[in-house]
Write a protein that binds this ligand. Structure first.
Ligand code: PLP
Length: 449
C-alpha cells in the first residue's frame, strides 16, 4: 500500500541534479505531469512502490522526446531519385552555403535599392528564368499544386476548362485534377475517351463560356496501346485560333536534356517554350532539382493578372525558396549540373555506380553476403511514368535473416533500401558519394548488434 503523502513534492523533485542540463521551465511542466500520473495510479491502486530514480528517468525521457528534432537524415538506397516521401530533391551544400548570407541577414527581397522604395519579390528570379527559357514573364508560388489552383481560379472561375478524359489524374497526396478544378471555381468540361482524345474533341466542345484549354501531365500512370492525345503545340495553336488560353500542367518540368532518351517521353520546358504557350507550370523540386515551388511561365499579360489575384498572397514563397531557386537556375544557365544533386544522380554512369557498390562490398566482405547487380529503377515523383533507367545495386544479407528483417533493421538505422525478388537491395542511383562511408558504418553497426 503506497500512501499519497509519500509522493515527492514537485519543488524538491525538480532540484534533482540529473535535471541540471535541461530547461527548467519545460522540465517543471513535464515533472508535474509525471507526479500527477503517479498520484492517479496510487488512487487506482496500481502502484506498489515509489522509485524516485524511475520518475526522474521517465521525466527526462519525455523531455527528450519533445525536444529532439523529429526530422532526421536518411540514406536513400531505394534507387528513386525524386522520392517525395524522402524529401524529393536535395540541395547541394555549395548552393546552401551561397544562400546562407541572404537567409541570415536582411536583404532586398521586396526593396528596390536603387530607387529606395518597395520592390517586388519575383523580379530577382524573373530575369534569369526569362533569359534561360525565353519566356515573357514568370511567377513563383508555393508548389505546382498552388500554381494549378491559382491559374484556374484566375482565368476560369465559373467558366469552362476543356480537359481530356485521359488526363483527369490523381497524383500522390490526394491531388485530383477534377477536385482541384471544382475547388478553384472552374467548370470541368471533360472531352474524348480515356485512351484517345483528338483535336476535334477540343474543337467540338468550345463554346462562349470556354476560357481555357488545359493539358495535364499523366505523372504516375501511362496509357499504352491504342492511344492518342494532342501535342502541346496543337493545344497552343488551337487556343490562339479561338482566342482562348492554353495551359499545360507539366508536373515535373526540367531544364536540361535528359539521358536515356527520356526526353522523347518528356520534353524539357525549353522545348515546349518554342511553341510560345500562354501558360506552363511545373514543380521546383521534381526533375528541376531545386526547392519546393511552383513555377509558372508564359505571357506577360497573363502573369500580370495572376499577380493581381488575392490568392497569391496566400501562396507566396519565402526568401529561402527564392534564394535557392535563383542559385539553382543560375547553375543550369551556366551549365553546372553537378551543383544540382537530382541531375547529378540522374547523369551518373552505371560504371561509377558499380565502383561505389564494389567499394561497399569490399568493406563488408567478412560480415555479410553481398552481390553487385545490374538493376533498373524509376526517377519517381510522377516524372517519366513507367520509364526505367539502369542502375546498380548491392544485394545484402547477413546472419541468415530474412530480407524483411534486414530491411526493417536498416530502416531503423536510417537506410531505406528496397526488396526485390526476395532480396534486400541497396540501390546506388540516389546514394551520394560522400555517404558511402556512413552507409558502411551503419551497416557494420547493425550487423554487430
Ligand atoms: C507533381 C504534380 C503536381 C503537384 O506538384 P507539387 O509541386 O507537388 O505541388 C501537379 N500536377 C502534376 C501533373 C504533377 O505531376
Amino acid at each position: 500500500m503506497v500512501l499519497l503523502k509519500s509522493i515527492p513534492k514537485l519543488d524538491k523533485f525538480i532540484k534533482n541534479k540529473d535535471f541540471e542540463p535541461y530547461s527548467n521551465k519545460l522540465l517543471t511542466k513535464i515533472a508535474k505531469k509525471t507526479i500527477n500520473e503517479l498520484r492517479e495510479s496510487i488512487l487506482k491502486n496500481e502502484c506498489s512502490e515509489i522509485n524516485e530514480e524511475v520518475l526522474v528517468q521517465k521525466t527526462i525521457k519525455e523531455y527528450k522526446n519533445l525536444t529532439n528534432a523529429s526530422l532526421r537524415t536518411l540514406i536513400n538506397a531505394t534507387g528513386v531519385i525524386v522520392h517525395t516521401n524522402l524529401g524529393r530533391s536535395l540541395i547541394s551544400e555549395n548552393t546552401f552555403e551561397k544562400v546562407k548570407n541572404i537567409v541570415c541577414s536582411y536583404n532586398n527581397l521586396e526593396y528596390d535599392v536603387k530607387n529606395g522604395h518597395r520592390g517586388e519579390r519575383y523580379t530577382h528570379i524573373s530575369k534569369i528564368i526569362c533569359e534561360l527559357l525565353g519566356c515573357e514573364d514568370v511567377l513563383i508560388v508555393n508548389n505546382n499544386a498552388s500554381a494549378v489552383f491559382l491559374i484556374l481560379n484566375t482565368f476560369a472561375k465559373d467558366k469552362e476548362v476543356i480537359v481530356s478524359r485521359g488526363e483527369l489524374v490523381e497524383i500522390g497526396g490526394s491531388f485530383r485534377v477534377p477536385e482541384v478544378m471544382k475547388q478553384s471555381g472552374a467548370i470541368l468540361k471533360e472531352v474524348g475517351a480515356t485512351n484517345k482524345t483528338h483535336l476535334y474533341d477540343y474543337i467540338d466542345n468550345i463554346n462562349e463560356n470556354t476560357s481555357m484549354l488545359m493539358k495535364v501531365h499523366k505523372s504516375n500512370y501511362s496509357i499504352e496501346g491504342f492511344t492518342s492525345e494532342i501535342s502541346n503545340e496543337e493545344l497552343v495553336t488551337l487556343a490562339s485560333e479561338k482566342d482562348l488560353i492554353d495551359y499545360y500542367d507539366m508536373g515535373s518540368g526540367h531544364l536540361v536534356d535528359l539521358p536515356y532518351n527520356l526526353d522523347l517521353a518528356e520534353p524539357s520546358v525549353l522545348k515546349l517554350m518554342k511553341n510560345k504557350p500562354s501558360l506552363l507550370s511545373f514543380s521546383g523540386d521534381k526533375l528541376l532539382g531545386s526547392v519546393q515551388a511552383g513555377i509558372i511561365v508564359g505571357k506577360k499579360e497573363l502573369i500580370q493578372k495572376l499577380k493581381k489575384n488575392q490568392l497569391l498572397r496566400m501562396l507566396r514563397v519565402d526568401k529561402i525558396t527564392l534564394a535557392i531557386l535563383e542559385e539553382n537556375i543560375k547553375s543550369i544557365l551556366i551549365d553546372k549540373k553537378e551543383e544540382i544533386p537530382t541531375l547529378n544522380m540522374l547523369f551518373t554512369s552505371t560504371d561509377i555506380l558499380e565502383k561505389r557498390a564494389l567499394y561497399v562490398q569490399d568493406q563488408l566482405k567478412d560480415l555479410a553476403q553481398t552481390e553487385v547487380l545490374k538493376t533498373q529503377t524509376v526517377i519517381g515523383g510522377g516524372t517519366t511514368p513507367n520509364k526505367k533507367i539502369p542502375s546498380i545495386a548491392l544485394s545484402l544479407s547477413f546472419k541468415n535473416y530474412k530480407e524483411n528483417k534486414i530491411e526493417k533493421l536498416l530502416r531503423a538505422a536510417g537506410i531505406i533500401g528496397r526488396i526485390e525478388n526476395d532480396h534486400f537491395l541497396l540501390d546506388f542511383r540516389a546514394i551520394k558519394e560522400n555517404e558511402l562511408d556512413t552507409l558502411i558504418n551503419i551497416i557494420k553497426k547493425v550487423i554487430n548488434e
